[in-house]
Design a protein around this ligand. Sequence first.
Ligand code: ZN
Length: 102
Amino acid sequence: MAMELGPGIPRRCPCGAMTIVLTSKTRENPGRKFYRCGAVFGGNHVFKWADEAIAEEIEVITGKQASMEEVLVGIREEIREFKKDISEIVVLLDKLSSKIQM
Ligand SMILES: [Zn+2]
């Protein structure tokens, strides 16, 4: 394939057209699904076997999930610190309001 495509399921052809899924009827690949440019069937437009695209997509998603889990760990840590800050503020407010009431 001459053109550069990212890994995973091709949703758009570089020409701008959406891709479509079709089923091969060739003797070499009977019943095998593939993604193709929805506008033009030709050398400069998307053609990608669906099984390969889906296997790549799973890898991409697995990588994204791993980095999202890392982000989530960081967010949980921040929430824990915010809660600590809030309870310190509440204690301070309690002290202040008891001083004001005196
Ligand atoms: Zn195209």
